[in-house]
Write a protein that binds this ligand. Structure first.
Ligand SMILES: O=C(O)CCC(=O)C(=O)O
Length: 297
């Protein structure tokens, strides 16, 4: 596993920034100690234990996979953490917003995978550079546990055609995969220890294989925007202010949750999910389960 990069006072150096621009990704970046990451994992697993059988309007899995920052304080705390923001600022500048935080969990010895794709395909924001994803490992992300693979330089492509597979083993919302064959030798495995993160551009080709290890693979993918980003497909979009100022006002701002699954946060969550669904389900030929309307109670 590669040694973590040496930051300058917790921030990217000019050459690290240039490497991100060149490759479309950067790793491994240590943002939390192993002990801090273990405490975060324990908090997450206690939350899963407490809420798994609870009466929530939607299945717990949806709240974890889509906009977890709205209803799970651990997710918003990580997304707003200064150690993470200091690094992200090196890519997006001083004004930062959190668009979404998504837990990608692969249970031990399971087939769950992520097909090769470009994130921006369904965000409704076009091919903007005003976004970056920070993916934080809360358990070892190794080749055996199904770490992500990135294709260096692929972020210089436009958004390429994707096909929806709706494969149940695919963790993506519609099992979308890029209609391009990616050779194994073009993939860089993004192995991370707990507390380390990677950054990737929304046009970078990436995916991940199954977890054949005996531990869970837990990652939190946080999508950051700067205020130059625009939602072009949905009528409205939302973001949590993280740092600096939003002079453009193109996104509706909201506050992080104080407690898990508060009633007001659950209402806002559903509003955001339904509005964003317009972009994220656009053109889908089948049912996009993560964005399906909640059944009326
Ligand atoms: O966690 C994974 O394996 C894939 C996550 C991903 O595709 C992303 O963060 O954009």
């Amino acid at each position: 596993m590669a040694a973590p990069m040496t930051l300058a006072g917790g921030r990217l150096t000019e050459s690290q920034r240039a490497r991100y621009e060149e490759q479309g990704f950067l790793f491994p970046i240590e943002v939390f100690s192993a002990a801090e990451a273990a405490a975060m994992r324990a908090e997450l697993e206690a939350l899963e234990e407490e809420w798994r059988g609870a009466e929530l309007p939607l299945p717990l899995n949806i709240y974890m996979r889509v906009n977890a920052q709205c209803v799970i304080p651990l997710a918003s705390r990580l997304a707003l953490h200064p150690a993470v923001l200091d690094v992200v600022e090196g890519v997006l500048g001083p004004d930062l917003m959190v668009w979404s935080a998504e837990l990608f969990i692969k249970e031990p010895q399971t087939r769950a995978r992520v097909s090769m794709h470009q994130d921006l395909t369904y965000w409704g924001m076009g091919e903007t550079g005003d976004q970056v994803t920070a993916w934080i490992a809360l358990s070892p992300a190794t080749r055996a546990s199904g770490c992500m693979d990135f294709v260096a330089g692929s972020h210089r492509n436009a958004i390429l055609p994707h096909r929806d597979t709706f494969d149940p083993d695919n963790l993506l919302s519609r099992g979308q995969e890029i209609a391009v064959d990616v050779a194994d030798e073009d993939k860089t495995p993004i192995e991370l220890m707990p507390g380390q993160m990677s950054l990737h551009h929304g046009l970078t080709f990436h995916g991940s294989g199954p977890n054949v290890s005996d531990d869970r693979r837990i990652g939190l993918a946080i999508r950051y925007l700067n205020p130059n980003a625009r939602q072009k497909v949905a009528a409205r979009d939302y973001a949590m202010m993280a740092r600096g100022v939003d002079r453009a006002g193109a996104f509706i701002h909201y506050a992080p949750p104080a407690q898990p699954f508060e009633a007001s946060a659950l209402r806002l969550y559903e509003e955001i999910r339904q509005d964003q669904a317009v972009a994220l389900t656009e053109g889908a030929a089948g049912d996009v389960g993560l964005y399906r309307k909640a059944e009326a109670s």
